[in-house]
Design a protein around this ligand. Structure first.
Ligand SMILES: O=C1O[C@H](COP(=O)(O)O)[C@@H](O)[C@H](O)[C@H]1O
Length: 270
């Protein structure tokens, strides 16, 4: 059996795996299937990565069969969030993805759309939005049917123990940003404090969103998201992860059993 427990509800489809290897195998299969379907449909797979634990959980993509069967040349790679540090810094989400994944598969270097690491957070966010706008104009990235937002084929998110996704933190004013596609922070509660991030309208316009969460320290956050508890924000009652709600796409949660440990058996049988 691919996963030990599954449930569909208004928060999407939730898959719980016994161990990190099981999760990684199934995450690779899910991504490979979406890549194939997107390339068949419009010739490109536009995928936005996050940082953190997600990246090592994508490790199976570098192995057989995916290293050979995935159409890597059609991938266009973006970041849902990035820390404003040099690309060689150990805090860089780009560096993490490059070291663990992108250096091991035949992606086209010009299809790796990393942020400008030589400018301020504000300029980096503006530059990144400009790059994305050009790629929407040429339809390398699809466009939402509902408004003018980019419609990435897949946005991959992790979730912090505080419920943050990308660099959207509980109670932060960036959660309310509805005009920009990419915004910046200089006061992120988790260091490094300077970051850029996709805004919620962009995340929620994606065709597919996967939130990948592992570890006991995330169990309380997962419970709050799934069972509807409110966040710690002073002007925003919901945890950022609860605000991920695709307008017309699909939302999938990949959890390990530790992260799901506060969701009891009855919750899955509802
Ligand atoms: O700071 C960040 O944290 C989140 C969660 O990271 P994790 O290691 O707890 O999984 C990550 O998704 C985000 O991209 C990153 O910038």
């Amino acid at each position: 059996m691919a996963f030990s427990r599954v449930r569909h509800n208004d928060r999407g489809e939730l898959r719980v795996y016994d161990g990190s290897d099981d999760l990684a195998i199934n995450l690779a299969e899910y991504i490979a299937e979406l890549s194939e379907a997107s390339v068949r449909d419009h010739g490109v797979f536009s995928v936005a990565l996050s940082g953190g634990s997600l990246i090592s959980l994508m490790r199976k993509l570098c192995e057989a069969p995916y290293n050979m069967t995935v159409d890597w040349a059609r991938w266009h790679i973006f970041w849902a969030d990035e820390r404003v540090v040099s690309k060689s810094h150990s805090d860089s989400n780009y560096k993490l993805a490059k070291d663990v994944l992108l250096s091991k598969v035949p992606v086209v270097p010009s299809h790796i759309h990393s942020i400008n690491d030589t400018v301020s957070a504000e300029e980096a966010a503006n530059d990144y939005e400009f790059v994305i706008r050009q790629l929407v104009r040429t339809r390398t990235i699809c466009v939402s049917d509902i408004h003018d937002c980019p419609k990435f084929d897949l946005i991959l998110l992790g979730m912090g123990s505080d419920g943050h996704v990308a660099s959207l933190f509980p109670g932060h004013e960036s959660l309310g940003e509805s005009n920009e596609w990419v915004t910046f922070l200089t006061d992120a509660p988790k260091p490094p404090h300077e970051r850029i991030t996709f805004t919620l309208p962009v995340i929620n316009s994606a065709s597919n969103i996967a939130i990948v969460v592992t570890g006991q320290n995330k169990a309380r956050g997962v419970q709050m998201v799934m069972m509807g508890g409110s966040g710690t924000g002073y002007n925003c009652p919901a945890l950022p992860a609860q605000m991920v709600s695709p307008t017309s796409g699909n939302l999938m949660w990949f959890l390990d059993s530790s992260a799901a440990s506060k969701l009891d058996g009855t919750w899955f049988s509802k």
